[in-house]
Design a protein around this ligand. Structure first.
Ligand SMILES: Cc1cc2nc3c(=O)[nH]c(=O)nc-3n(C[C@H](O)[C@H](O)[C@H](O)COP(=O)(O)O)c2cc1C
Length: 430
C-alpha cells in the first residue's frame, strides 16, 4: 500500500492531510474529531488575545457561502467567515473560536491546546498552534513572543503565524502589505519565544505572494503556508454599502489553479522579486526559489487536489472548508483517492512525484487532444445562442438547426455552456 507519510522540519505526519486553522480546530472536542478521522496533523484555530473589532456588534451569521447570484454554481462556492465572535448566540459552547462566548485568556487557551496535544498522542496526529489571527498582534512584537512561548509550553510540535492583517480588521481593508512589519517582525519575534519550527502563513493580499514566501524564508521561517484568504468587499448596490458586516476573507475550490501557479513559481523563482515597501524599496533585490517546506492552504476538496499540490512542490496540504462542508470523514476519502491513484501509477511514496510537474512546451501543443463540439440535432431548437457565442464563427444555422464547421472549432466550449437544451456535447477529435 502506498505510503503517505511526510517528514518536514523534523516533524513526522502519517499523511499530508492537515486541518487548516478554523472552526474544525476551535476547541478540544472538534480537534479530537479531526484526530479520530485520521488527519496527519491539525493547525489549531488561531489564538488572539485582543481583537480590534471585539467591541463591535457581532453577527449571528458567522459563516456564509458566497454566491448569491442566479448564476451561482455550487462547485464554485466560496466559504466565508467574518471572524467576529458570535458571543450573543453561542453562550454555552466551550472555549475556542468560531462561536465562543468569550475570548479565552492566554492561560486558558494554553491549557486548551495542551489538552489537544495530550489527546493527539492516541491518534498519531501532529499539532501545530496558530498565532496572531486577525493580526490582532499586528505590531506588538512582545505578544508574538509571548504566544509562541506559551504554545511551546502547551507541547505543540510547531507554530504557524497568521501574518498580515485580516480582512475583518481596519488594517486588512486598507493596507498594502509591508513585509518587514507584517512578516519579518512576527517571524523574528516568535523565534525569540520558541525553538519550534515556525511556519509563516503567507498573505495573498500583497504585491506578490511568491516574493512574500521567499521573504519569509529569508526572515528565518522554517516553512511557509500559502495563503491566507483573499480580502474582499461585497457590495449591495441598492443600499450602496456592504450587505453584511465586514467583507470576510474568501477562498474556495476555484483557487486551486491559482495556488498551483503560486507553488510552481515559489519553487522555481529565479528572477529578481520586487518587495513593495520593503527596506529595499525602489531597488530590485535578487530573489530566489523557496527551498523550505511549503504547505498550501486553499481549495482542497479531493485527493486529486492534494496530488497536484505535491506535484507542484508542496510538502503537505491544509484543508479547512471541505471539512466543514463534508465532515471529518473527508480525511478517509481523500486518503483513499490518493492511494488509489498512487497504486495505479506505481508510486510508493509522495517523494516519487513531489515537484515532478512537467509544464508543456509550445511545440507540444499540436499533440494535445483537440476537443470539438457535436450538435445533437434532435435537441437543438435553433435558438442561435451558440451561433452568437462562438468566437470562431464555427457555428451557423442550417435548416433551423445549429451546424458546426469543424475546420474552425477550437473546442473552447462556449457553445456547450450557453446551450439551453444541452444539445451540444464535446468530444475528442480523431
Ligand atoms: C470560518 C473560517 C475560519 C478560519 N479561521 C482561521 C484562523 O483562525 N486562522 C487561520 O490562519 N486561518 C483561518 N481560516 C482560513 C483557513 O485555515 C484556510 O486557510 C482557508 O479557509 C483556505 O483553505 P480551504 O479552501 O481549505 O478552506 C479560516 C477559514 C474559515 C472558513
Amino acid at each position: 500500500m502506498a505510503n503517505l507519510s511526510v517528514e518536514m522540519c523534523g516533524l513526522k505526519f502519517k499523511n499530508p492531510l492537515i486541518v487548516g486553522a478554523g472552526p474544525n480546530t476551535k476547541n478540544v472536542p472538534t480537534a479530537i474529531n479531526c484526530m479520530k478521522a485520521g488527519f496527519g496533523g491539525i493547525v489549531v484555530r488561531s489564538m488572539h488575545m485582543q481583537h480590534a473589532d471585539e467591541v463591535k456588534v457581532p453577527t449571528t451569521e458567522m459563516y456564509r457561502i458566497h454566491g448569491n447570484t442566479k448564476d451561482f454554481r455550487k462547485d464554485l462556492y466560496s466559504f466565508q467567515s467574518t471572524g467576529a465572535p458570535a458571543h450573543i448566540v453561542h453562550e454555552d459552547i466551550p472555549l475556542g473560536w468560531g462561536g465562543a462566548s468569550r475570548v479565552p485568556s492566554l492561560e486558558q487557551w494554553t491549557e486548551e491546546v495542551a489538552k489537544m496535544v495530550r489527546s493527539a498522542r492516541d491518534y498519531d496526529c501532529t499539532i501545530i498552534a496558530s498565532l496572531g489571527w486577525c493580526g490582532s498582534n499586528l505590531t506588538d512584537e512582545s505578544l508574538w513572543t509571548l504566544e509562541a512561548k506559551a504554545m511551546e509550553q502547551a507541547g505543540v510540535a510547531a507554530v504557524e503565524l497568521h501574518t498580515g492583517p485580516s480582512p475583518a480588521t481596519e488594517p486588512g481593508r486598507f493596507m498594502m502589505m509591508d513585509p518587514d512589519k507584517y512578516l519579518g517582525m512576527p517571524i523574528k519575534a516568535a523565534r525569540k519565544g520558541t525553538k519550534l519550527p515556525i511556519f509563516a502563513k503567507i498573505p495573498v493580499d500583497c504585491c506578490d505572494a511568491v516574493g512574500m514566501a521567499y521573504f519569509a524564508q529569508q526572515a528565518g521561517a522554517d516553512g511557509v503556508v500559502p495563503v491566507t484568504r483573499w480580502s474582499t468587499i461585497s457590495m449591495d448596490i441598492e443600499r450602496e454599502t456592504e450587505p453584511e458586516w465586514r467583507g470576510p476573507g474568501m477562498g474556495g475550490p476555484w483557487s486551486v489553479p491559482i495556488m498551483n501557479g503560486l507553488l510552481f513559481r515559489m519553487r522555481h523563482a529565479d528572477r529578481p522579486i520586487m518587495y513593495l515597501f520593503s527596506k529595499e524599496q525602489g531597488t530590485f533585490p535578487q530573489g530566489g526559489p523557496v527551498e523550505i517546506p511549503i504547505v498550501p492552504s486553499g481549495g482542497v476538496r479531493s485527493g486529486a487536489d492534494v496530488i497536484q499540490y505535491v506535484m507542484m512542490g508542496g510538502d503537505a496540504a491544509q484543508i479547512c472548508v471541505q471539512v466543514i462542508m463534508e465532515g471529518v470523514q473527508v480525511a478517509g476519502r481523500i486518503e483513499k483517492e490518493m492511494r488509489d491513484w498512487m497504486d495505479r501509477k506505481g508510486y510508493q511514496k509522495l517523494d516519487d512525484f513531489r515537484g515532478k510537474v512537467r509544464l508543456l512546451q509550445p511545440s507540444e501543443a499540436k499533440d494535445m487532444p483537440q476537443r470539438l463540439a457535436v450538435v445533437d440535432a434532435d435537441k437543438c431548437t435553433g435558438c442561435e445562442r451558440c451561433v452568437k457565442a462562438c468566437p470562431n464563427e464555427a457555428l451557423s444555422l442550417s435548416d433551423g438547426k445549429a451546424k458546426l464547421d469543424v475546420r474552425f472549432c477550437e473546442g473552447c466550449s462556449a457553445c456547450f455552456y450557453i446551450c439551453p437544451t444541452n444539445a451540444i456535447s464535446l468530444t475528442e477529435a480523431k
